[in-house]
Design a protein around this ligand. Structure first.
Ligand code: DP6
Length: 322
C-alpha cells in the first residue's frame, strides 16, 4: 500500500489559461508542452488504516489548508476508483529549492497521481493517470506522458487527457529558466484562470487557439526552430495580455523581466535564436537550441537583475521509482 513516483515540471508552448469546467480543470483548447529536467518532485504515498485523515508533508513540513485539500481531492478520487476507505500519508520533496519562483504544481500532482494509483493497487493507463493528475492541477496533466506532450482539452473527465507527441530525444531544445524573482507568485494560477473571462481580449484568444496549435505542431514536425520560437513567444504574450487586461488586472512582470525580453530581441537580430515564454510569474523561460545554450546562458547571467539560470532539457514523464 506504499509507492514512490517522480515527475518533472513542464513548460507550456501553448498555454492553458481559463477553464471550461473549473471543477474538473477542463480547458477550452488543447495545449502543448515539454517536460523539463532540473525541476522534479518525488512523492511517496502510503495508504494505512492507522490514519483518520490524509496527511501531507512537503519538504519535511506539514501542509494544511487549500494545498492539502487539493491533495485530498486526488486521493479521494483514487479511493473511489479502488474502493478503499483508507487515508494516506503523502511525503513530497522538490529537486529545486522551494521559493525559487519555479515551484510547479505540475510536477507535484503528476507524481502524486502515479504514486497514489500504484499504492492503491490500481493499474491505470498513462491516459487515465493524466486525468487523475489533472484533478489536482491542470498543467500536471501534461507531466505524466514523456517528452513533448499535447493535452487534448476533451469535454469530460475521461476525455481531457495528455499524450506524447514526441519522445524527449526528438529535438534538442533547452529551456534556460532565467530567475529574476524568487518570491511566491502574488496571484495563483487557479485564481488567474477564473479571471480570464473578464478580459475583453479573451474571446479573440479562444478564436485563434486551434489554428495556433496546428501551426505549432507543424513547426515541431518540420523542426523549424525560428517558426516554433515565433509562435511560442507570441502565445506567451497573448496569455499575458489576457492577464493584464482582466478585471482585476494581473501583472506578473518586473523591470528585469522586460530587460530579458528586450535583450532576446537584440540577440535575435544578431542571429542568435532565443525565444521567451513566461508562465504565471516574472521568470523568463528562454528556449534555445542545444548548441546555443552556453552562449545564451552567459549572456543572460550578465544582465543586471538576473539571479540565476536553471537548465531544463526535454525529459520523460512521471514514473514509479523504487
Ligand atoms: C500559466 O496548472 O498552475 O502555467 O489547474 O489551477 O493548478 P491549476 O493551474 P495551473 O495553470 C498553469 C498556467 C500556466 C500555463 C500552462 O502551464 O499551460
Amino acid at each position: 500500500m506504499k509507492a514512490t513516483a517522480e515527475a518533472p515540471a513542464n513548460i507550456a508552448f501553448i498555454k492553458y489559461w481559463g477553464n471550461a469546467d473549473a471543477n474538473l480543470r477542463i480547458p477550452y483548447h488543447n495545449t502543448i508542452s515539454m517536460n523539463i529536467s532540473g525541476a522534479t518532485t518525488t512523492t511517496t504515498v502510503e495508504f494505512t488504516s492507522s490514519l483518520s485523515a490524509d496527511e501531507v508533508f512537503l519538504g519535511g513540513n506539514k501542509i494544511d489548508g487549500a494545498g492539502a485539500e487539493r491533495v485530498s481531492a486526488v486521493l479521494s478520487h483514487i479511493r473511489k476508483m479502488s474502493g478503499s476507505k483508507q487515508y494516506a500519508r503523502v511525503t513530497s520533496s522538490n529537486s529545486f529549492p522551494t521559493g525559487a519562483g519555479i515551484a510547479s504544481s505540475a510536477s507535484g500532482f503528476a507524481a502524486l497521481a502515479v504514486a497514489a494509483a500504484s499504492a492503491a493497487g490500481l493499474s491505470l493507463t498513462e491516459k487515465e493517470l493524466s486525468t487523475v493528475a489533472r484533478l489536482g492541477s491542470g498543467s500536471a496533466t501534461r507531466s505524466v506522458p514523456d517528452g513533448f506532450v499535447e493535452w487534448v482539452a476533451g469535454n469530460s473527465h475521461e476525455t481531457s487527457a495528455a499524450h506524447t507527441l514526441y519522445a524527449p530525444e526528438y529535438w534538442d531544445i533547452v529551456d534556460v529558466i532565467t530567475v529574476v524573482d524568487a518570491s511566491e507568485k502574488k496571484v495563483s494560477s487557479t485564481l488567474g484562470h477564473s479571471l480570464a473571462q473578464t478580459s475583453m481580449l479573451y474571446k479573440g484568444r479562444l478564436a485563434s487557439m486551434n489554428q495556433k496549435v496546428e501551426e505549432l505542431k507543424r513547426a515541431m514536425t518540420d523542426k523549424d526552430f525560428a517558426r516554433f520560437g515565433e509562435i511560442v513567444e507570441e502565445e506567451s504574450f497573448n496569455m499575458h495580455a489576457i492577464m493584464m487586461t482582466s478585471q482585476p488586472s494581473v501583472l506578473y512582470w518586473t523591470p528585469v523581466t522586460v530587460r530579458v525580453l528586450q535583450a532576446l530581441r537584440v540577440w535575435r537580430e544578431e542571429g542568435l535564436l532565443a525565444y521567451a515564454t513566461l508562465d504565471a510569474g516574472a521568470n523568463v523561460h528562454v528556449l534555445v537550441q542545444g548548441a546555443d545554450v552556453a552562449e545564451v546562458e552567459k549572456r543572460l547571467k550578465s544582465l543586471e537583475g538576473v539571479k540565476k539560470t536553471i537548465l531544463g532539457r526535454p525529459t520523460r514523464g512521471a514514473h514509479l521509482v523504487k
